[in-house]
Design a protein around this ligand. Structure first.
Ligand SMILES: [Ca+2]
Ligand SMILES: [Ca+2]
Length: 105
């Protein structure tokens, strides 16, 4: 697992990133959305909440909000978060596709 969420600070404010800070290692993140001082990340089969609590730009909190999201068909991967309501839609879609996958065998 080498996938990461990275912060690219522009220390001298010239519009160009000066360094890269690994916020968190996350397997195959397909989307993220800032929320409640942290980040909600889609990382099938999970939806994670990550947060830095001590100001070093590295996530200290890692909470699994949802799980069991099917990742067998990448066309239906959790992505395109736009608001908190999207999480509910993803959960329902994941549940629907999980049911359909079981029916197909
Ligand atoms: Ca810079
Ligand atoms: Ca930290």
């Amino acid at each position: 697992m080498n996938d990461r969420l990275v912060i690219l600070p522009d220390d001298n404010r010239d519009g160009v990133a000066d360094r890269a800070v690994t916020f968190a290692k996350v397997h195959n993140p397909t989307d993220f959305e800032f929320w409640n001082g942290g980040v909600i990340v889609a990382s099938a089969p999970d939806i994670l909440f990550l947060k830095d609590t001590d100001g070093d730009d590295v996530a200290d909190v890692r909470i699994r909000l949802f799980g069991s999201i099917d990742s067998s068909d990448t066309h239906h991967a959790a992505n395109n978060f736009s608001m908190v309501l999207m999480v509910a839609r993803i959960f329902k879609a994941a549940y629907f596709w999980s049911i359909m996958s079981k029916r197909r065998g």
